[in-house]
Design a protein around this ligand. Sequence first.
Ligand code: TRP
Length: 341
Amino acid sequence: MTSDSTARRRILTGVRPTGALHLGHYAGALENWLRLQREYECYFLIADYQVSDYADDLDRVRESVIEVALDWLAVGLDPNDSHYTIESMVPEHAELTTWLSWWVPLGMLQRNPTLKAEMADLEAGKSVPVAFFNYPMMQVANILMPKAHLVPVGDDQLPHIELTREVARRFNRMFERDVFPEPEALVGRVARLVGLDGDAKMSKSRNNAIFLKDDEATVTQKVRGMFTDPTRLRATDPGHVEGNPVFIYHDAFNPNVEEVNDLKERYLVGKVGDVEVKTKLAAALNTFLDPIRERRAYFEAHPSEVREALENGTARARATAQATMAEVRDAMRINYLDRLR
Ligand code: TRP
């Protein structure tokens, strides 16, 4: 047994299984996961309870659970050292959500800015399922389940971490025990990566993403079609570098700083065309993605290793969850049958 002083602090973080992962996921979150995976004990969650917006497309969810696992393996998250977890296969997450929602007033969810924005998006087309309204609560349960200390996420998730801290405090105060630590959030190097079309956020649903699994030709073609500086009509016009998606990507993914600075200097004075900037960007992205593609191809050819990663990780996460639930029941004194001795 490891003593508390040598046990690693814990991370819980997750994604919704709605498709393959893209560069925005990488710069906003995955990169931090990779950097911290040895220092922390990591629970990586595939949050399939959180995709009620795909209720009429469960085939997509079914595929995406595997896609996400493949992407994680491809970027190098070690499934033996961390715990790849399929949320619904640890039903304690649903249980803890139910208990914790006793201590969260409706108004607290109604004020959650991320939920508000997402609801506004949804309401335009269709009605809002109860599950959607409740997903931040579920996320609270996800994070508290392994008693996570740190939650590396994209910046749109910050209100949910704040909610988690609040619920942890309330629970501990209510039952006069330190059951749950108050987790910290950690946002990535690029809090929110712009889309290919210059939209504020790269996302699958906006069709403005470069996926980690895109092949070389696809990446080159997507880069060629990228939005640049709309005020610049020809290569000899002085251009804008700041806020320009091609340069944002160069900064985020091209390790050759000299090349990037040279391009920027020439762009500002109208001495380089978009074509050269984009050709160099495509080359940098392809160099970055190459080893990821290679590992993905390996795991695609070895499905039993993917299965093992998910099965073993989920089993370990379930054991942790059961231990936490025992503590929660004990704190709440709802171990009813213990009275009958
Ligand atoms: N809601 C998160 C997202 O859309 C995914 C997620 C689910 C999550 N459970 C989590 C993130 C717990 C951090 C912690 O990105």
